[in-house]
Ligand binder design. Structure first.
Ligand code: GDP
Ligand code: MG
Length: 619
């Protein structure tokens, strides 16, 4: 909402502009008035809407046209004052004042107008008959009011309407000609309805209505008031109330009624609570609250945000098969202005036999977004109404910035839950197969993936000593010219070569020597396509020898050409190395580790033992 309101009074001389202002301030009619009073500021706590309000007078005798134009462009609302007993002053409203204001205001920022008929004490008849046609002709006219500075009639009302016209304008909400809410307003309220319909049955039941009432107005609805509301809707609409709850139709009807009865501040309160600005767009502060991520830290969702996302999943998984069908997914993202997840997401996370994103896959994708693009994650949480439904200060409350990696390494422990593994390898060495196998897909299943739907990320969970951790695999484009610093920033590196292609190892050796030989990031050599006959690599030394020289674990045989799901052991290994990089470094120097590691199958057992021993030592 606005920080302050600036009200300008214009109109012909002697209609009573100055008197109106002085009557408001002194609560009595001033017999003698100057041509013009200085701008006055009413402090927030004495105005009905609790917003500081500036009232500005105008006098033709004291001010130039230039000054008038300036004041018009600065005003948030303009009261055009006429005297009800002075026909010329009424005619001038349309012949002079409205065109003048239109010329001097920005076309995009609508300035509401209020027609003020002063000196009502001097006539018996109302001027409304003359005024109503003008009101219908100009949609910028918010309202009209007759008053008397002399009798103090409708004076505070006049300024209240002016304040309200700025703070709660009807323009964006309602179309007076059609006598209906505007499409953008219907769209916003529909989204609010869907977010508030916690069980997604299309009806706001008493619980949901009470929650809604509490988050919007900070007070619960009395049981009787709740019934009254439903009865009003019942009386006017056949399908506004169903199963003793409010349908979307009923909800929209109720708001139309509020607006028609001049209670549009109620609708505005709801809209603003759900993040909308005066143009009925979700405002930037709501979607992108300030969030400071220090360097060397990564971003994760916290427990509370996961719980919320779980509830969103549950409310849309209508058939309870723990996966989102295309329809269910569309329904889930119906509160978004666009579909955030493309078909590539289905190849980034786990899916079921039908290719639908599973519960686990859904949480994985959220984890990925949070890790790679936290601003986007905040935006998405905003669309889902996280801060409102989970009753948090802002979307940022769902995000944890992890401790700096440097400190984790120093302290030799980490609280992080998401680890990034960048996968390097020459063209067609088997990188994509390595990523897809993590999602449980063998070679046959991978062949069904359309080229345009492929993903360069794969994320899923692994268990490391009983703790569930996310491992994020990223396939790095092999061209050296395209490699960036971002490609180097990760917790563990995989170097993939094809055992059946004698020219594939050299690439791994080059990447390692150029980028990782002197870095602290642990590296793992993957001997992919191990189902094919192994050939000698065209390189100065064998991969095994290379690994030994550079104190890396020996190459890990891997294949995704399996009948069932590919083996997941390697991913657990990678996550463990990512979590405990120092242990790897230490143990790699010990010859016993090397001996046992080369046996291959026992690597994990040894690793496990090493970690266990270290944990005991630190206790
Ligand atoms: P301005 O030029 O528009 O600022 O008008 P003023 O405030 O100077 O008022 C012009 C004259 O109208 C003064 O003599 C006021 O006393 C008188 N006047 C202002 N308001 C009223 C009103 O509500 N009723 C009556 N009867 N006279 C008013
Ligand atoms: Mg005056």
């Amino acid at each position: 909402m606005r920080k302050d309101v600036r009200i300008l009074l214009v109109g012909e001389p002697k209609v009573g502009k100055t008197s109106l202002i002085m009557s408001l301030v002194s609560e009595e009619f001033p017999e003698v008035v100057p041509y013009r009073v200085e701008e006055i500021t009413i402090p927030a706590d004495v105005t009905p809407e609790r917003v500081p309000t500036h009232i500005v007078d105008y006098s033709e005798a004291e001010q130039t046209d230039e000054q008038l134009f300036q004041e018009i462009s600065k005003a948030n609302v303009i009261c055009i004052v006429y005297a009800v007993n002075n026909k010329t002053s009424i005619e001038k409203v349309t012949s002079h004042w409205i065109p003048l204001i239109t010329e001097n205001t920005d076309k995009d920022s609508r300035v509401p107008l209020i027609l003020v008929g002063n000196k009502s004490d001097l006539v018996e008849h109302s001027s409304m008959e003359t005024i109503l046609p003008i009101m219908n002709q100009y949609s910028d006219i918010e309202t009209c009011v007759e008053c008397s500075a002399k009798n103090l009639k409708n004076i505070s009302e006049l300024f209240y309407y002016a304040q309200k016209a700025v703070l709660h304008p009807t323009g964006p909400l309602y179309c007076p000609e059609k006598k209906d809410m505007k499409p953008l307003c219907v769209k916003a309220l529909t989204r609010i309805f869907k977010v508030s319909d916690l069980d997604n049955d299309g009806i706001l039941n008493d619980n949901e209505l009470n929650f809604f009432q509490r988050v919007c107005f900070n007070s619960p609805l009395e049981p009787q008031a709740l019934e009254d509301v439903k009865n009003v809707v019942r009386k006017n609409l056949i399908d506004g109330v169903q199963h003793n709850g409010l349908t979307l139709k009923g909800f929209l009807f109720l708001h139309t009624l509020f607006i028609q009865r001049g209670r549009h501040e109620t609708t505005w309160t709801v809209l603003r609570r759900f993040g909308y600005d005066d143009d009925l767009e979700l405002n930037q502060d709501y979607l992108f609250p300030p969030l400071k991520i220090p360097p060397d830290c990564t971003t994760e969702l916290n427990h509370n945000a996961y719980l919320f996302l779980q509830s969103v999943f549950d409310k849309h998984d209508k058939d309870r098969d723990c996966a989102l069908s295309p329809d269910e997914l569309r329904d889930l993202f119906d509160v978004f202005p666009y579909m955030p997840w493309g078909p590539d997401v289905n190849n980034t996370v786990c899916t079921n036999d039908q290719g639908w994103i599973t519960y686990q896959g859904y949480l994985s994708q959220w984890t990925l977004t949070t890790y790679l693009d936290v601003q986007r994650c905040l935006e998405y949480l905003g669309y889902l109404g996280y801060s409102i439904i989970a009753e948090q200060e802002s979307q940022a409350a769902g995000i944890t910035a992890t401790r700096a990696k440097k400190i984790d390494l120093q302290k030799k422990q980490t609280q992080r839950n998401v680890f990034r593994c960048n996968v390097f390898g020459d063209m067609s060495s088997g990188k994509s197969g390595f990523l897809q196998a993590f999602l449980g897909r063998n070679l046959m299943r991978q062949k069904m993936i359309k080229e345009e739907h492929r993903s360069y990320y794969a994320i899923s969970t692994t268990y490391v000593y009983g703790q569930e951790k996310y491992l994020l695999l990223h396939e790095v484009f092999p061209d050296f010219d395209y490699l960036t610093d971002a490609d180097m920033a990760c917790d563990i590196v995989c170097l993939v070569y094809d055992v059946s292609n004698p020219y594939s190892f050299e690439y791994c050796a080059n990447v390692f020597k150029q980028y990782f030989m002197d870095s602290k990031t642990p590296c793992m050599m993957i001997a992919a396509k191990s189902d094919l006959p192994e050939v000698k690599q065209m390189y100065a030394c064998s991969p095994l020898e290379f690994c030994r020289r550079h104190k890396m674990p020996p190459p890990q045989s891997f294949t995704c050409n399996t009948a069932a799901e590919p083996n997941r052991e390697i991913y657990t290994k990678l996550t463990t190395m990512a979590m405990y990089p120092h242990i790897i470094q230490e143990d790699l120097t010990s010859s016993t580790f090397w001996l046992r590691a080369s046996v291959g199958a026992t690597v994990f057992a040894v690793l496990g033992f090493a970690v266990y021993r270290l944990l005991l030592k630190t206790r």
